[in-house]
Ligand binder design. Structure first.
Ligand SMILES: [Ca+2]
Ligand SMILES: [Ca+2]
Length: 327
């Protein structure tokens, strides 16, 4: 503080300067830094003790594994490793004394990273054929999602698998999701469904076999042969084909069971032969296949083959059957 003083007497007034300095009594520091703090386990953490009145030393009481303090600066730092809530006494000291406060430090668990989808973003399949797609993602996904599936496909959200047989050709964009406790990762699958001439669907469409009764297991013409079998035998799905159904037989000369049947030459069909001695337990077998007629219809679409399965002389009974499926 500065000012002036004066003194007056009858003769006059004398002036002089006066300077007064107020010196505050020395005071102890008062903590001014926040009294709560949050750290994340496994990640670097820094907190600085601040206080008024020019402290020159700092301290902290209480043990947080992974943290340390620089006494001169009041910087507490390190990497916390144990989750918990830690009340700590922090202090700042100068020549006049020490100020204390309680800092509550919360160490939180590290956030879980959300999944990142890693499965392919594009796939191509054939209409009518079995398709399977597994969503994969890192960071431990526990739940999956897939939307806008083409007709014929279903989705299992537990295992993240799209499966089934897409019925219609086209290009589809299927949004994908993979979730864990940390969040949801997004992706998409560009699925191209194409039609090839050797599929049941193409065969059915070419014959206008659509709508009710057109599924592979249906028997549109009620001739005892389901549509898929008509497809495999290259028979007419709208007219009785009972005379063209597979015929069984036995050749005593070679002691062989015989199964004679038509077979498409233009379509993709899996023929599975099975044998049994009791009609209960069947096992896949590989009979000898002989082509009896290479062009059954005159247009190269079908042939006639004979499957022959030798039977041991000691055997009392032996059965042979064939089934068809699409690849
Ligand atoms: Ca039929
Ligand atoms: Ca038929």
């Amino acid at each position: 503080m500065a000012g002036s003083i004066s003194a007056t007497n009858p003769v006059g007034t004398g002036f002089g300067d006066l300077a007064i300095t107020f010196t505050a009594a020395a005071q102890a520091p008062v903590i001014t830094s926040p009294l709560t703090a949050t750290a994340t386990a496994g990640q670097p953490f820094t907190y600085r003790i601040t206080a008024s009145n020019a402290p020159d030393r700092f301290a902290v009481e209480g043990d947080v594994p992974g943290l340390g303090i620089v006494f001169a600066t009041g910087v507490i730092s390190g990497t916390c490793v144990e989750i918990g809530v830690y009340p700590l006494t922090i202090s700042a000291t100068n020549a006049a004394g020490t100020g204390e406060a309680t800092l509550v430090l919360t160490v939180e668990p590290a956030p879980i990273p959300k999944p990142v989808i890693t499965s392919p973003s594009a796939a191509t399949t054939i209409a009518g054929r079995t398709f399977r797609y597994q969503i994969t993602a890192d960071h431990g996904p526990t739940w999956f999602g897939a939307d806008d599936l083409p007709y014929g496909l279903v989705f299992d959200p537990i295992i993240g698998v799209i499966s089934g047989r897409p019925w219609y050709y086209g290009d589809y964009t299927i949004p994908l999701r993979a979730s864990n406790l940390g969040g949801t990762g997004l992706g998409s699958l560009a699925l191209s469904v194409v039609v090839t001439a050797d599929t049941y669907i193409a065969w059915a469409w070419a014959r206008d076999l659509t709508g009710p009764g057109s599924a592979e297991g249906d028997d549109r013409d009620q001739d005892g042969l389901i549509n898929l079998l008509e497809f495999a035998l290259a028979t007419d799905p709208f007219r009785s084909s009972s005379l063209q159904a597979p015929q069984g037989g036995f050749d005593p000369g070679s002691r062989s069971l015989l199964l004679t049947h038509r077979r498409t030459r233009t379509a993709q069909v899996v023929w599975t032969y099975e044998t049994s001695s009791d009609l209960v337990t069947w096992s896949v077998c590989a009979p000898t296949i002989t082509v009896l007629l290479s062009d059954a219809d005159g247009d190269g679409s079908a042939e006639v083959v004979r499957a022959a399965l030798p039977v041991a002389a000691a055997e009392g009974r032996r059965f042979l059957r064939v089934s068809v499926s699409e690849p």
